[in-house]
Design a protein around this ligand. Structure first.
Ligand code: GLA
Length: 378
């Protein structure tokens, strides 16, 4: 790369977290999701090294790791560094030709809160390493490579939503993602609307196995349903009436998993239509249904998330509320009118502390832009 003078370093690259407004556990079924990138981000400062090593430091855990580019192997350490090594390993495997770099990571995306701190880290690291090699990459391709790092190196069989949101966010817009074609429709969010994200403080770990198990349930269902419906490749291709017709072929749990995914796809499309028509009440009702479906059919909510959702819906100026992201802890998302935000925060915080003994954190987020080089203002 090095047409740049050394004094231009470090160069910083940042990638946003995301909050999903509706459409969870649909992405790996080829379906639809409606996230927004948010104004919480991970930043990676990169400066070149003359050798073939990548040295990474994170302030958050006060830790450093160091690895030799030529000796990268898909062996996990089971911590944050897996996301960095995973991205380096994938980039090497597609022939990027990595060069030595020092990376320093900062982040204000809460970890394990369902706001996609992992994808933000992957994408920011990928941008830093690509720049070090003097390369640019199409955003969809970048998202796919980061997803591959998480699937094959970290071992979470996540879908494409988080990486695509980090690579494609736009200020003031939600993104209707078609997770099969990777097409994106940008839908403007009304100016008076606030994205209130409530952190249950229950940490989730997608690597814990339940997430991958849900995905496996969906794939097992596809294997069974495609015997009688040969055009079915993913649950995206199954209608609710087909599911009812062949309900007897599935065990009751698998049936409920499918009912969530298929109905959630439709809810996400309906929610996008509601947003286009400025129908926030309709949008909020779909969010509330989505939570019920995730809780009862997909079984990825938990008592704390259910309490946060209940408390949110009791407040004035709230259109809808649901858990967001993978679940098993993490955050809820509520759509709140700007003028109701202060009461919302106070009442939900107090109510949650009373009912659980835990102090929640509430972030009022803005829909933010995509991953980019962060150029400091002079
Ligand atoms: C996690 C995964 C995503 C998606 C959500 C659930 O965030 O990384 O790919 O599956 O869970 O919608």
């Amino acid at each position: 790369m090095p047409s740049l003078p050394v004094s231009s370093f470090p160069r910083s690259f940042c990638a946003p977290g995301r909050v999903n407004l509706i459409g969870d556990h649909t992405d790996y079924n080829g379906g639809f999701a409606l996230p927004a990138a948010i104004d919480m981000a991970t930043t990676v400062a990169m400066s070149p090294r003359a050798d073939h090593r990548i040295s990474v430091h994170t302030g958050k855990f006060s830790e450093s790791v160091d690895f030799e580019i030529g000796a990268l192997k898909p062996i996990r350490r089971g911590d944050w560094s897996d996301y960095v090594c995973g991205v380096a390993w994938v980039l090497e495997s597609v022939g990027v030709g990595l060069q030595g770099a020092n990376l320093s990571i900062r982040s204000d995306v809460p970890v394990g809160a369902g706001l996609s701190s992992s994808a933000a880290l992957e994408v920011a690291v990928a941008l830093a390493l690509l720049t070090r090699s003097g390369l640019e990459m199409d955003r969809r391709e970048l998202a796919l490579l980061c997803q591959r790092a998480e699937n094959e190196f970290v071992g979470v069989r996540c879908g494409i939503m988080d990486q695509l949101a980090a690579c494609s966010g736009r200020s003031d817009y939600a993104l209707l993602l078609d997770c099969r074609s990777m097409d994106i429709e940008y839908l403007v969010l009304p100016a008076h609307l606030r994205l209130a994200v409530c952190n249950s403080m229950v940490k989730h770990s997608l690597a814990s196995g339940e997430y991958n198990r849900r995905r496996q349930d969906c794939e097992d269902a596809v294997a069974i349903l495609s015997r009688v419906l040969p055009k079915v490749r993913q649950l995206r291709d199954v209608s609710l009436s087909d599911l009812e017709r062949f309900r007897g072929d599935l065990d009751p749990t698998t049936y409920r998993r499918c009912r969530h995914v298929i109905s959630e796809n439709q809810r996400t499309l309906d929610a996008a239509a509601a947003l286009r028509n400025h129908d926030l009440a309709g949008f909020g009702a779909l969010m509330n249904h989505s939570h019920k479906s995730l809780r009862d059919d997909y079984e990825v909510s938990c008592a704390e998330l259910d309490i946060l959702v209940e408390l949110a819906r009791e407040q004035d100026g709230v259109y809808g509320s649901r858990m967001t992201g993978g679940g098993f802890g993490g955050c809820t998302i509520s759509l709140v009118s700007e003028n109701a935000v202060d009461n919302f925060k106070r009442n939900v915080n107090n109510g949650y502390a009373l009912r659980t003994g835990t102090q929640s954190e509430i972030y009022i987020c803005e829909a933010a832009g995509s991953a980019r080089e962060h150029v400091p203002v002079q």
